[in-house]
Design a protein around this ligand. Sequence first.
Ligand SMILES: Nc1ncnc2c1ncn2[C@@H]1O[C@H](COP(=O)(O)OP(=O)(O)OP(=O)(O)O)[C@@H](O)[C@H]1O
Ligand SMILES: O=C(O)C1=C[C@@H](O)[C@@H](O)[C@H](O)C1
Ligand SMILES: [Mg+2]
Length: 179
Amino acid sequence: MAKHLALVGLPGSGKSTIGRQVARQGGWVFVDADHAIEERLGCSIKDYFAQHGEAAFREIEAQVLRTLLQAPQPTVIATGGGAVLKPENRVALREGCTVFYLHAAPEDIARRLRGDTVRPLLQGVDALQRLQALQKVRGPLYREVAHYVLDTQRNNPTQVARKICMQVDLAGLSGLGSI
Ligand SMILES: Nc1ncnc2c1ncn2[C@@H]1O[C@H](COP(=O)(O)OP(=O)(O)OP(=O)(O)O)[C@@H](O)[C@H]1O
Ligand SMILES: O=C(O)C1=C[C@@H](O)[C@@H](O)[C@H](O)C1
Ligand SMILES: [Mg+2]
């Protein structure tokens, strides 16, 4: 039975915001994979992207994910938006976690992220077009890895977090305890 809970979805789908709330509600440890990666890098993801490129970043991301999945305590993991790109990450996530895909249309996310300056893949481009392109490639991968798909468009982060907790409770997911 899965031990951890992972949230996957496009940049801005709410993984960090909702993951933190789920962990608080359930009394679990919360880890934002992007923060764990930045600790490991010693610099921001944005700077690392600029200096070393995406391929180098993906290698570090895979290593950090592996480390997080080995944690002895049940953890809510907000994954990076592109963590599902590597097939081995998808296998590791699916096996080591109960995975929730936070779905939202690119149009909605573009509205949420208006004025964003930290997401490297959305800088200096038309954010909506980029999100649509990401959705085309990643949508099937998020669905492939997910045990559950949640629509985040008609629900605010607190409501989505509550739905996740209810699902965890209903399914009696061992390792995560009950809420
Ligand atoms: N269901 C929602 N409804 C409205 N706004 C939301 C919802 N979920 C998240 N947001 C808002 O969208 C923004 C992005 O959320 P967040 O940073 O949690 O996304 P993320 O998936 O962690 O992104 P990234 O992959 O880039 O780390 C935040 O301002 C957050 O408050
Ligand atoms: O969508 C992506 O590819 C990314 C999303 C962020 O969470 C970070 O992991 C990084 O900026 C890459
Ligand atoms: Mg995040």
